[in-house]
Design a protein around this ligand. Structure first.
Ligand SMILES: [Fe+2]
Ligand SMILES: [Fe+2]
Length: 130
């Protein structure tokens, strides 16, 4: 899973850079679609193979509900970025708005992955949940 995290971080960083430097709409859209589909698969797998077993061990008062909520926040942020990316005002896009949403997506994903690697992986190993 750590390798997947690295791949996701690399992708969101590229997307953010592309949005910041006003790259082509097609490249930005491709990077966005790849990241979106990568994250969808990652979240499903992670919730089934890491979060559920951990929740069984830790109970509902543990951090899992918050982590699931972060997945939903990231998904909402993806929907916002997608809406901006596909929106047209005439034939204009909104580069600064797209840049802002991509930067916030980058920040959200980084902080989420940091928590998983610093806390959840360790907890799961220590409590025999994986
Ligand atoms: Fe996650
Ligand atoms: Fe993850």
């Amino acid at each position: 899973m750590a390798e997947e995290h690295y791949d996701i971080l690399r992708r969101v960083n590229r997307l953010s850079k592309e949005a910041r430097t006003g790259g082509s709409r097609r490249t930005t859209a491709e990077l966005f679609s790849e990241l979106e589909s990568k994250l969808k698969g990652h979240f499903v797998e992670e919730e089934n193979t890491l979060y559920r077993p951990l929740e069984t061990v830790l109970g509902e008062d543990g951090p899992i509900m918050d982590m699931i909520e972060e997945h939903r926040m990231i998904q909402r942020s993806l929907v916002r970025a997608g809406a901006i990316l596909w929106a047209r005002t005439g034939h204009q896009t909104h580069p600064s708005e797209l840049q802002r949403v991509c930067d916030s997506l980058d920040e959200l994903i980084r902080s989420h992955i940091d928590k998983e690697e610093a806390v959840l992986f360790w907890l799961a190993a220590a409590r025999g949940a994986i």
